[in-house]
Ligand binder design. Structure first.
Ligand SMILES: C[S@@+](CC[C@H](N)C(=O)[O-])C[C@H]1O[C@@H](n2cnc3c(N)ncnc32)[C@H](O)[C@@H]1O
Length: 301
């Protein structure tokens, strides 16, 4: 079985190391696309994963398009080489709408395959992929007035990819909340938000209905002082091991249902701590299109 992982842009080294640690053999690297012989393993650093990958000989541009169309309707092109020829093939395939999403929106449900040209007469393709977005790239119609920082895009993407979001009246804890992009997202959804940060929130966010702020360290916060929580969010700037300890503490307390946390790396990627997050049963690790040198860990129950 051939699987291919498309590394998030700029994070090829992280994907290579992750696959090595998972014991996944990489047969070939085609720019950001890592072609593997093993069965698909969940990969955090992949922007997309291609399943049951096939290599096909093509006689012409028309032949390539016909062969892809015969397999299924919608295709996303990945063209690190032979870009002009690849574009001519893609133009003969049904148009795939790349319209930015208006949050809150559901992720597209139509199957989206991926293909690339290995050589002018050979293509690699997969009718089934992990991401419903072309090459895992999620775009939104941005809000340039409401949120005080661009971090809101990360949370929009996380909630869209997870297919779940806090509803009206749900109790959310936002750790490392300032200036308040995530709190703005949550309050806009009608949630009750307790924002924790030593620095104050942007006044416009602080004034939103349902928002409360406490000027404390998230690490010193006593779970008993906040009561039951439907969603715990963290975008705290801290070492991954410190975040892991915080998550374990809140999990052990048993007062939180869902978690969405950014694991931020300073300098080297802390693969050991990532492996501990990956081992938490039921959790998911994602590199969002809007993540920088970060991963997003989520546990929904
Ligand atoms: C990347 S910013 C968060 C951005 C925020 N999610 C938004 O959407 O605007 C990281 C925040 O973590 C906060 N932080 C760092 N250490 C903290 C701690 N011990 N307790 C609470 N917040 C902390 C910083 O003050 C900073 O506001």
């Amino acid at each position: 079985m051939t699987t291919a992982h498309l590394a998030a842009e700029g994070f090829e080294a992280q994907l290579r190391e992750e696959l090595r640690r998972l014991g996944v053999g990489v047969r070939a690297e085609h720019s950001r696309l890592f072609v593997c012989d093993d069965a698909p393993s969940p990969s955090a650093w992949a922007a997309n994963t291609w399943f049951d990958v096939e290599e096909i000989g093509i006689a012409s541009i028309g032949d390539a398009a016909a062969k892809l169309r015969a397999m299924q309707r919608n295709w996303a092109m990945y063209a690190p080489v032979h870009a002009r020829r690849a574009t001519l093939i893609q133009e003969r395939l049904p148009h795939v709408s790349a319209k930015p999403l208006v949050f809150p929106a559901e992720a597209p449900t139509a199957p989206l395959g991926s293909w690339t040209l290995l050589a002018s007469d050979r293509l690699l393709c997969a009718a089934r992929c992990a991401s419903p977005f072309p090459n895992g790239e999620v775009a939104f119609v941005e809000d340039r007035d409401g949120p005080p920082s661009r971090a809101y895009l990360k949370l929009w993407e996380a909630l869209t990819r997870l297919g779940a979001r806090p509803g009206a009246g749900t109790r959310c804890l936002d750790l490392g909340a300032t200036p308040g992009g995530w709190t703005w997202v949550l309050a806009s959804l009608g949630a009750e938000v307790l924002a924790i940060d030593k620095a104050p929130l942007d006044p416009k966010v602080a004034a939103m209905p349902g928002v409360r702020w406490r000027g404390e360290s998230a690490f010193a916060l006593d779970p008993a002082s906040v009561g039951p929580i439907d969603w715990l969010f963290s975008d705290i700037i801290c070492y991954p091991a410190r975040l892991l300890a915080l998550v374990r503490r809140w999990m052990a307390e048993g007062r939180v249902r869902n978690f969405v946390c950014t694991i931020k790396f300073q300098g080297d990627t802390d693969h050991d701590t990532v492996a501990h997050f990956a081992a938490i049963p039921g959790g998911r690790l994602l590199h969002l299109h809007h993540n920088k040198h970060e991963l997003t860990w989520a546990l929904l129950r």
